[in-house]
Write a protein that binds this ligand. Structure first.
Ligand SMILES: CC(C)CCC[C@@H](C)[C@H]1CC[C@H]2[C@@H]3CC=C4C[C@@H](O)CC[C@]4(C)[C@H]3CC[C@]12C
Length: 842
């Protein structure tokens, strides 16, 4: 991680006069005691460091409503656009809205709005930067001058505290918030950026503007009504005086009076407040008063009616446009048609499953199920069209009586075997069928990778691959763990350098996470098999997208950071590959990996730049992924997109992937665009792609979702190239693991062949897997200390660490990338690791 995102918080605990800190608020109910940090303190801040604006602390109040503040700031353009543009910002009652300029905003053209109270704000004096992390979007702003920066920061701080106060204690903030019943600003009102999605649309801002502006007309109406009420009371008294019997004034009299003048503003009343009986001379005066008052009442009511009519029209207007906007963004239509399609698909799959299940049952006394999968066309497509279900979904062993399961034997090369076995009891559930390459089975050390001769015989409660189908225990409950406290104490460090409590971990590490990217390796087998270069690219693209699928359910926990020298191997006879990874560097953390099969060679190094934005954290992978098809010599390489974890501290954490992924082959290329999630848009997890031929002409169209499926062509006739397997029903209790992930940390029967550095021997990770948190925590600290100690020793002895299985290729072409040195599998096969000297890691 070459660049660290530095943060510092203004009142760090050891600050002696914390009471004078910025935002250090008294617990009393007045705002008088709120003091801003004196400038000299600000001066102490390191200009190049990010500071987080502190929020309202428990028991603190901030009642004094800050003045509306406005002006220009520069706003970084929304991804994928680059650069900055000048925007006009208005900060009112803790809500920041912005538009092109004041004029446009007056016309209701607001581009976006942010609830400052619900956002995390960080600032950096260098560059006059202010970043606002607002749930759905991160706003990167900068002021032109230091003076404007300081003013904005102060205003944002005050408005934020005021808004937080209002959210905590309720507010008298008027209709803008109370209209929604719970003092919570409406979604439409407060979220989003006008550059995309509904919430920021100009239509919704008409509603925003209406809601913001309705306050003063309504106040006027309210006053008018009070005034009219008073006047009506007076009128009725006058009326009694004029004609106590009828109680109604004579219109002729009134007309007469209207010509006379001499109107007195006050009625004659005695000391007890009773009106005096009018004498003849006062009669006219009374009529006159009556008339004037009545006229006043009439005009006030007219005013009220016209205000309300105007407001009704503009509300209608705003609502209509809102409706239209909903239509435009076709949220409803999209959702409904999406649901319809899924339902149709599910029904179809269901029928197909029933048919298959019946066939399995019908033949359950047969030891050979080959006829269930008659030998397919060797070009059989991975596309699944109507039956985009996993091969293993057809092949659900749990639905078979145990006896029958044990009889399943699959003769090599006879038929198309479900390559991806992510069925309900096996590793993966890719919606894809393998190529039907038949390969012969070899001994354990002399691995020849075969799909069709894989050990698919079920063992006890194990899955069809012979691997475990569940973790030993569910994830321990770790409520009350404050991530903020951890990050707060580790400001300025990058994530990989922070020792986090083990309760935040999942029982896998990054080396294993890299192996997970091969869950859908059958796409590479298929790619190797097809001759058409564009088709091949389509499968490679699907494979690149499939690597992200598992991250969908994994936002809650973080993988262990491997110790320097830690390794992980994974042999998947069923999938036909063997995988190796090693932690090759500690500072910065780099994990290198390499996988090979008969059909492909795959390698990459995982090096990630982390950026902490306050509420979310971005992981930007550096380095490339490489793929080689040895049979054709065809090579591919691509970059990885940014992963972002949202809601770090509150609510449900969720993961997003965004950016462009470019795959290049010698002559052809593919561009995949991962859309940034937007709260309102239906673009959640969306990926679109184009395959370009050697002349840059688009030859294939791809679309789908990284969490679901990728299609080629144009809907509705598009082919399904890849579909993610379903998650186990209890995945939530088990770290959101896929079936493939569940299998990764299992110590299999060949554990004696593993080097001692293999992750599966790592005791803290194992303790976590077994649900023993205190032990895991203690061991983790121990291991991390020992690692620090080893590092110190190396530094003291001036020794350079060199990894066992990877070396840095310094050829100009490859840069300084880590590549497999070819030794691991040889050593494993020949003399074994017991002959080798490893520094004990645990
Ligand atoms: C603070 C914690 C609880 C939030 C969870 C953070 C998770 C989502 C983070 C922590 C470490 C991250 C991983 C670090 C390294 C890599 C390798 C890279 O090639 C692809 C992204 C990937 C795989 C990251 C994905 C996101 C990740 C798993």
């Amino acid at each position: 991680m070459d660049k660290k995102f530095k943060l510092s918080i203004s009142n760090i605990a050891n600050d002696s006069d914390a009471s004078a800190e910025t935002n250090s608020l008294s617990a009393e109910s007045t705002t008088e005691n709120v003091q801003h940090k004196p400038r000299k303190k600000l001066g102490r801040r390191r200009d190049s460091e990010w500071e987080v604006v502190e929020g309202l602390k428990e028991g603190q109040r901030f009642e004094k409503r800050p003045e509306v503040y406005n002006g220009f700031l520069h706003k970084k353009r929304k991804w994928p656009l680059k650069g900055w543009h000048k925007r006009y910002f208005v900060l009112d009652k803790g809500i920041l809205i912005y538009g092109k300029n004041q004029n446009e905003m007056n016309k209701g053209k607001v581009h976006g709005s942010v609830d400052v109270g619900l956002s995390v704000i960080s600032s950096k004096l260098n560059g006059c930067r202010i970043d606002i992390d607002a749930e759905e979007s991160i706003y990167h702003l900068k002021a032109k001058t230091e003076d404007s920066f300081t003013k904005w920061l102060r205003q944002l701080t005050d408005h934020r505290l005021y808004r937080q106060h209002a959210l905590t204690y309720g507010s008298k903030m008027g209709l803008l918030y109370t209209a929604h019943g719970n003092d919570q600003p409406s979604e439409i009102l407060l979220k989003g950026d006008g550059t995309d999605g509904l919430k920021g649309s100009k239509e919704s801002h008409k509603l925003t503007t209406w809601l913001k502006n309705i306050k003063s007309p309504l106040e006027e109406v309210h006053q008018d009504i009070n005034f009219t009420e008073r006047n009506l009371r007076k009128l009725s008294h006058l009326l009694n005086q004029i004609d106590p019997k009828s109680g109604s004034p004579n219109s002729n009299n009134l007309e007469k009076i209207s010509i006379n003048s001499g109107y007195s503003n006050s009625l004659n009343a005695d000391a007890g407040g009773n009106f005096l009986q009018p004498s003849d001379s006062t009669d006219n005066q009374v009529y006159e008063k009556f008339f004037v008052l009545a006229k006043e009442v009439f005009s006030t009511i007219k005013n009220v009616v016209s205000i309300l009519t105007i407001e009704k029209d503009s509300l209608n207007d705003a609502l209509n446009e809102e409706k239209q906007a909903l239509g435009n963004y076709s949220i409803n239509a999209d959702i409904i048609s999406g649901l319809k399609n899924s339902l149709k698909e599910a029904l179809h799959q269901n029928t197909e499953l029933r048919r298959r299940l019946k066939a399995i049952h019908d033949t359950s006394d047969s030891s050979n199920l080959s006829h269930l999968h008659p030998k397919g066309n060797s070009n059989s497509s991975l596309s699944c069209n109507s039956s985009c279900v996993s091969a293993s979904e057809y092949f659900d062993a749990e639905d078979l009586p145990k006896d029958d399961q044990e009889k399943i034997e699959i003769p090599s090369g006879d038929f198309e075997v479900p390559l991806s076995t992510r069925g309900s009891d096996t590793s993966s559930e890719a919606g894809s069928f393998s190529s039907n390459d038949s390969m012969s089975s070899e001994s354990e050390t002399e691995l020849e990778f075969s799909h069709s001769n894989s050990k698919l015989i079920s063992e006890g409660g194990q899955g069809l691959t012979g691997r475990r189908t569940a973790l030993p225990v569910a994830r321990p409950i770790t409520e009350g763990l404050s991530l903020w406290n951890i990050l707060y104490k580790n400001i300025g460090k990058d994530l990989s350098q922070i020792s986090m409590p083990v309760a935040l971990n999942e029982p896998l590490n990054i080396l294993q996470r890299l192996c997970e990217e091969l869950e859908y390796s059958e796409l590479l087998d298929k790619a190797a098999e097809v001759n058409d270069p564009y088709e091949r690219m389509v499968y490679v693209a699907a494979f690149a997208v499939s690597a992200y699928a598992s991250s969908y359910s994994r936002a809650g926990n973080k993988p262990f950071n491997p110790l320097l020298g830690e390794t992980y191997e994974c042999i998947r006879e069923d999938k036909g590959f063997k995988f190796l990874s090693e932690q090759v560097s500690h500072h910065p953390p780099i994990s290198a990996c390499y996988a090979e099969s008969r059909n492909f060679i795959f390698w990459q190094e995982a090096r990630v730049k982390t950026k902490f934005w306050g509420k979310s954290m971005e992981f930007q992978p550096l380095g490339k992924v490489y793929l080689l098809f040895p049979n054709s010599g065809d090579t591919y390489s691509w970059n990885k997109v940014t992963t972002c974890v949202h809601n770090l501290f509150s609510g449900q954490r969720w993961v997003d992937q965004y950016g462009e992924l470019h795959i290049t082959n010698n002559h052809i290329s593919c561009k995949l665009t991962f859309a940034k999630t937007n709260y309102w848009s239906s673009k959640r997890h969306e990926v679109v792609g184009i395959v370009y031929d050697e002349n840059g002409k688009s030859v294939r169209n791809l679309f789908g979702k990284w969490s679901e499926a990728l299609y080629c062509g144009v809907a509705p006739s598009a082919r399904c190239i890849w579909r993610a397997g379903t998650l186990p029903p209890t995945h939530e209790q088990f770290y959101g693991f896929t079936r493939f992930a569940i299998e990764l940390n299992e110590l299999g029967p060949d554990s004696h062949l593993l080097p001692p550095t293999d992750t599966r021997f790592r005791p803290d990770q194992r303790a976590l897997e077994l649900g023993n948190l205190p032990k895991a925590e203690q061991l983790k600290l121990q291991l991390e200390n020992a690692q620090r100690e080893r590092r110190k020793q190396r530094v003291a002895k001036n020794l350079q660490y060199s990894p066992f299985w990877f070396c840095q290729n310094s050829s100009a072409e490859a840069g300084e990338e880590w590549q497999y040195n070819g030794k691991y599998w040889d050593v494993r096969k020949n003399c074994g690791f017991s002959e080798m000297q490893f520094e004990p890691l645990w």
